[in-house]
Design a protein around this ligand. Structure first.
Ligand code: SF4
Length: 427
């Protein structure tokens, strides 16, 4: 078509004013949905592999003082104009052991959060629970009344020898009692965490744990790999004797065995670690965060991702309380993501959910995934690790076990150091 330039009319606006409609007025003031995480850093005893910022509860009540400061931190957050335009899509109480709090303390925190963040219609609320006497029936009933949807129970193993060898402070019998109280409180959605790669795990103990857990019919089972972090008792033990660890190959075999077992018993894999019995049992806190949604962390050492910034609260309890008491948010470090970081983060985190949506990628960044990452997409698809169609880049189910390794391929070259070496093809 021949271009004709006639100076017809001025452009007054784009898009033209005619696209505006009365029905869209309400959306001008729509709040930005965020996922809220609250860290409750107390445990009766530290597990040998634990690298979280937790304090052992030592008789004297440190929790009331902590909750007091947590409530103050929520008030301080509420003063931020950026927070005043947010709504709460998910709420997650993690730790630590959240059930070390009293029922009244749970109520206080939830009410304080609800004053700051209106809940979205599809709001979802998760609480982590440790098998233990502190998860009383009264507390679990209160959690149910507070609207908690999902309880996540740290089971780790159904073998007492393994639990003790890895420094867990509960027995299998404790798990059964806690699980019964959770169901008695009326919860119809329970996640049970198992841990692969624990000390003394054998093919038989692993299989037995899975079978016992499956008999309880939790709606989710999540399998985390035990990793050795430098600030743990496990790290010192491994330094003295590296032979105590089971090999990566055995751990990978156990994960694959668990996956086969769960998939033949009505579960499907919904992200890099979690199995569900139904699509209605998808943990949207984790899913939203993994798809790059904003997360506001509250409490000691909590992490946040908000409007393109990653930041973390101080991990020092004294400093946390002093800063909050002084009227400041206790954020100790942060990083502003560049556009390139945000794009990479989106793909990396989405792949932990096993696929990247191409339309969402275009909506967020204005380009197709294949334009930004042509080499990575070509390599993954040509080697069969992933498939590309009009909707998604999806990890091949054969390689779901290696979702994190596939995600790391999108790291910038200086970070990923030939990560392909970590993806083992199953023969
Ligand atoms: S229960 Fe969880 S948070 Fe507490 S010490 Fe053990 S691993 Fe750490």
């Amino acid at each position: 078509m021949e271009l004709s330039l006639k100076r017809e009319t001025f452009v007054t606006n784009y898009p033209p004013y005619s696209v505006m409609q009365t029905k869209h007025v309400a959306s001008i003031w729509e709040r930005r949905p965020v996922n809220v995480y609250v860290h409750l850093p107390f445990c009766p005893k530290r597990c040998h592999y634990c690298y979280y910022r937790v304090e052992e509860y030592k008789g004297k009540d440190p929790i009331s003082k902590y909750v007091e400061h947590l409530l103050k931190e929520i008030e301080l957050l509420a003063e931020r104009p950026e927070i005043q335009t947010c709504s709460m899509q998910t709420l997650y109480f993690g730790g630590g052991t959240p059930t070390m709090l009293s029922a009244e303390q749970f109520v206080q925190i939830v009410e304080a959060l609800e004053r700051v963040f209106p809940k979205t219609q599809d709001f979802q609320f998760n609480v982590e629970v440790r098998p233990g006497a502190e998860a009383t029936q009264e507390k679990l009933n209160t959690l149910k009344q507070l609207g908690v949807h999902r309880i996540s129970l740290g089971v780790q193993s159904m073998n007492d020898t393994i639990l003790t060898a890895n420094g867990r402070n509960h027995k299998t019998e404790t798990f059964y009692k806690t699980y019964d109280r959770i169901r008695n409180a009326g919860f119809d959605w329970v996640n049970c965490d198992l841990m692969s790669g624990m000390l003394h795990e054998t093919d038989d103990t692993w299989k037995y744990s899975l079978e016992l857990l499956k008999e309880c019919n939790p709606e989710n089972i999540t399998i985390y790999k035990m990793e050795v972090f430098f600030n743990t008792k496990l790290f010192s033990a491994v330094r003295r004797n590296p032979e105590i660890l089971i090999s990566h190959e055995t751990e990978a075999k156990h994960f694959r065995g668990a996956r086969n077992f769960l998939e033949s018993n009505g579960y499907f894999m919904c992200n890099n670690a979690t199995f569900a019995t139904d699509h209605k049992y998808i943990d949207r806190h984790r899913q939203n965060v993994q798809y790059g949604g904003d997360m506001v962390g509250i409490g000691l050492s909590s992490h946040s991702y908000f409007q393109g910034n990653m930041y973390q609260n101080t991990s020092d309890m004294k400093e946390y309380q002093e800063v909050v008491a002084g009227g400041k948010l206790p954020i100790s470090r942060s990083y502003k993501l560049s556009q390139k970081d945000q794009i990479t983060r989106h793909v990396v985190m989405s792949l932990k959910n096993l696929k990247v949506s191409r339309s969402q990628f275009v909506d967020n960044f204005g380009l197709d995934l294949t334009q930004v990452f042509p080499d990575e997409v070509r390599r993954l698809t040509s080697e069969g690790f992933a498939h590309l169609d009009n909707e998604h880049l999806s990890i091949d189910p054969e390689y779901y076990d290696f979702a994190d390794d596939v995600a790391r391929l999108f790291y910038p070259m200086e970070l990923h150091n030939d990560m392909l070496a970590h993806i083992s093809r199953k023969e």
